[in-house]
Every structure is written in C-alpha cells, then in structure tokens.
Design a binder for this molecule. Structure first.
Ligand code: UTP
Length: 407
C-alpha cells in the first residue's frame, strides 16, 4: 500500500506529502493515505498547467435582453406572481442555498450563514433566508443547503441549536460539496497538517455534481420538484423562491432563469450577461472591451449592463444534463497557511493557489436563458467584507430601508 502511494506521488512529483509519514500514528497514517487517494492528481496537474495559460477571449459577443421587473405594470406583476405562487403551492419549487464557501474576506469565525449583521432582531443570515422561505411557501418549500468540509458540522449544529428556525425539519436537506487540493506556486500540493492535505471548497460550480452525488436530485424528484431556486448565503435582501421570478421563468419557458441588476457605471467591476457565439455567457469586467462596457442605448442605459446577482432558477432535468459536461477550473492566488515540510512549522504565504468551478460556466451549454432585471436597492445587499463596500454595515443599512421593523 505504502509503496503504491510512493510510486504514485513520485510520478506526479508530490513526494513531499509523505514527509511526516514515519512520525504519524496508525490512525493518522490511514487518514493521510485516504486523503492522498482522494486526490485526482491528473486533474491537479492539468489545472495547474492551465492556470498560467491565457484564457481565450469570448467570441461573437452580443447583448442579452432582460425583462425589467421595475417597469412591470400591475397586471404583469400580478400575473407572474400568481403563476409562481401556483407552482410553489403545487410543490414543484425547491430552494437551494450555496454555503460551502470559506468567507475569507468577512473573516467571521464559523459559517457565513451564522453571521449577525447587527439587526435589532439579531437574525443570522440563515434565519433571514428561512423567514423569506416561510413567507414564500409557509414551510412547504424543500430547502437544500450546500456546505463543505470546512463548515458542515458547524452549520448543522447551528440549525439544531436554533430548532431549525421553526422550519419543518423534514424539508431541510444538508449536503457537502467537493474539496480541491491547494497548491503552492510551484505546483506542489500543500499539507494542512502533518497527516492532512490542505483543501478548499471547489467553487459554486461544484453544486450540480455534489447535489446529484448526495442524492439531492433524487430527493427532489421523489417530492415532485421541477424547478430549483438557487442563491448564495450572503445577499441579505435575497427574495427566497420569489414567486414573481418563478412566474416569469415559467412564462419564458427557458430551462434556466437568472436575476440581474443594471450596473451603475462603465467602470463597475461587474460580471455582465450577454451571448457569446449565440450562447448565454457571463463576461467578466476583466474580459469586456472598454468599447462594449461603455456602449449605451439611445435612452442612456447600458447595452452591456445586466449584472449577475448569483440568483437563478434551474429546471431539474437540465441539471442532470449539465452534470455530464466537464467544467473548467479557475485558479485564484490566495493567502493560505500550511504545514511546511522542511521545518515542520505552520507557514503563511500570499501566493497559494486555490481552484474553483464557476456555476455560470454552465451557461454556454444552454440554448438560452431568461433574464429578469431587479431593483438593486431592494434586492441586493451582499455581505462580503468586514468593513467598507459590501460589508455588514452597508448590508444592514440597505436591509433596514426595505424592512422598516428592523429600524
Ligand atoms: P463568494 O465567491 O463570495 O465566496 O461566494 P465566499 O466564500 O462567500 O467568500 P470569500 O471569497 O472567501 O471572501 C458566493 C456564494 O457562493 C458560495 C458562498 O458560500 C456564497 O454563498 N460558495 C462559494 C460555495 O457554496 N462554495 C464555494 O466553493 C464557493
């Protein structure tokens, strides 16, 4: 067994992972071997090589039109909302919150969903979402919560300690996303400890495969769910399973719908919905040519302005289909702390390499996508940083503007 592992690590130039093997006890040895066996070294080698290669610029970029919910007539608003409510009442809608991330920028100890943004009620982000779901479906909407190894137990414990916020326990399903090895700039896999590999969650694009593997899709089918409302944990103004959004998506008859808001300036660091070679695409601010970023319609609105809110509805069958496609990993240079194999000390570096899959990379596989533009002031208040822009302070202020009772 040990010899097989040595051979494998030699092949990939990752022998450093066994530096402390001889001083580990039997249990630790087994854990390290299991950890090494869980790593797909072919994949690690490939994504490390790819990180340094330049990403091809999107071709054939054209604008994507959005339905502007802020300009809906009362009749339109009522019609979409009624259609959405009917789907919800008939049990065809589930909600899914992606909470597997590390929340590094916020620096809160514990899962981000447990964070209290300082409201009078001291509601956590989890409780805020739970209240939203109760309002949309009176506790009948099944709620799927994606965690990861770094926060799963703490998340489940938090729900237990708060009696699942009085939400029916049988309608809450926790599942873990996959993890990916963390590397140094030379492509060496790092250790978290003498007998453990350093890993980080594999990005929000890991969602579909992890949901499927965990039996989540099967559970949804058993319940008669057909559409999944998907969001992150950090937008405290998210409208959970928004009936208007569900109704709009139903009428559009597209397999996927997304919410957007209009960017405020050409310079905003926004990820914009568009088409690339006729397929839905999200173009990053780093990719978009200045000419397109500045382009406006005659009414003064941006042609490329609909910003990704990380708020989607996916048809359950399309998820099954998307699971078949291989997805590209994106590398990010991050601060990481690891166990140095020479000194046996913990070392912090700022050029660690983490790899993530992005959910929006699936969009190029879709025939089309239906876009609903929302009012940013009413529906988008992300908690990303401890202070400053997109912090608990800005989120709290925006939340209070919408929810007077928290004033
Ligand atoms: P972000 O990309 O903002 O990451 O996630 P984050 O982990 O919250 O924060 P930083 O970047 O480390 O500071 C947006 C949403 O996607 C989820 C997050 O939990 C959040 O709800 N996410 C992100 C996952 O579920 N898994 C991941 O691997 C990454």
């Amino acid at each position: 067994m040990y010899n097989d592992i040595c051979e494998k690590l030699n092949k990939y130039g990752q022998q450093q992972l066994l530096s402390f093997y001889n001083i580990l006890d039997d249990k630790e040895k087994k854990q390290l071997i299991d950890d090494i066996n869980s790593i797909d070294f072919d994949l690690v080698t490939r994504v490390y090589r790819e990180i340094s290669s330049e990403k091809a610029a999107p071709q054939g970029v054209t604008p994507m039109k959005a339905g502007d919910s802020t300009a809906f007539s009362q009749e339109e608003y009522n019609r979409y909302t009624e259609i959405g409510q009917k789907e919800i009442v008939n049990g065809r809608v589930a909600a899914l919150t992606m909470c597997g991330g590390q929340g590094t920028r916020l620096g809160h100890t514990g899962p981000k969903g447990t964070y209290d943004i300082g409201l009078r009620s001291h509601k956590s982000l989890f409780e805020i979402q739970c209240d939203g779901l109760k309002a949309a479906g009176e506790g009948n909407i099944p709620w799927y919560i994606m965690t990861s190894n770094i926060n799963h137990d703490d998340t489940v414990r938090f729900f237990e300690e708060h009696n699942f916020f009085e939400y029916p326990k049988d309608n809450i399903f926790f599942f873990k996303q996959e993890m990916m090895a963390v590397l140094n700039k030379d492509g060496k896999v790092l250790l978290e400890d003498k007998g453990k590999i350093l890993k980080s969650p594999n990005g929000n694009g890991g969602l579909f495969l992890s949901l499927k593997k965990a039996g989540g899709l099967e559970d949804m089918r058993r319940r008669g769910v057909q559409h999944i409302f998907i969001c992150g944990i950090d937008n405290c103004l998210v409208k959970m399973a928004d009936p208007l959004f569900v109704g709009y998506y139903m009428e559009a008859k597209a397999p996927v719908a997304a919410k957007s808001f209009m960017k405020r300036s050409a310079e905003e660091k926004a990820a914009i919905f568009c088409y690339a070679d006729g397929r839905p695409y999200v173009i990053e601010y780093t990719e978009i040519p200045a000419e397109l970023a500045n382009m406006k319609y005659s009414d003064g609105s941006f042609v490329y302005g609909d910003t990704n809110v990380l708020n989607y509805i996916f048809n359950i069958d399309i998820i099954d289909e998307l699971c078949m496609y291989p997805m590209p990993y994106h590398g990010a240079v991050k601060k990481v702390t690891y166990m140095d194999t020479n000194s046996g000390e913990y070392v912090t570096i700022t050029d660690g390499l983490k790899f993530e899959l992005f959910l929006f990379d699936y969009f190029v596989r879709l025939e089309d996508l239906s876009l609903l533009r929302i009012d940013r002031e009413k529906e988008f208040a992300p908690v990303k940083n401890l202070t400053g822009v997109d912090s608990s302070e800005t989120a709290r202020e925006m939340y209070i503007k919408v929810h007077e009772e928290e004033r």
